[in-house]
Design a protein around this ligand. Structure first.
Ligand SMILES: [Zn+2]
Length: 83
């Protein structure tokens, strides 16, 4: 049981750490949204795209994770900045 508990705690910690950066981000964003919000694809970076619903524009497109784009500024933040 001790091992299970340690695994659970490690897993919980991973989730907490992981969601820290991802709080304001959808799971997937498309190329167009990423670029239009200042996302930058690191040179030589490789990620897997697949077709899914973009968390920002809601269209079904080739999407990948926001972190692959260096966490571009989310639309909500952009809207606040424009206020
Ligand atoms: Zn999009």
């Amino acid at each position: 049981m001790t091992n299970d508990r340690e695994l659970m705690l490690a897993f919980a910690g991973e989730i907490l750490l992981g969601t820290d950066d991802d709080d304001n981000y959808p799971d997937w964003i498309c190329d167009d949204c990423a670029r239009s919000h200042g996302g930058r694809w690191p040179e030589g970076h490789v990620a897997t795209f697949h077709e899914d619903t973009c968390g920002w524009c809601g269209e079904s497109k080739d999407v990948t994770q926001p972190r692959d784009w260096g966490y571009p500024r989310a639309p909500e933040e952009a809207a606040h900045a424009a206020d």
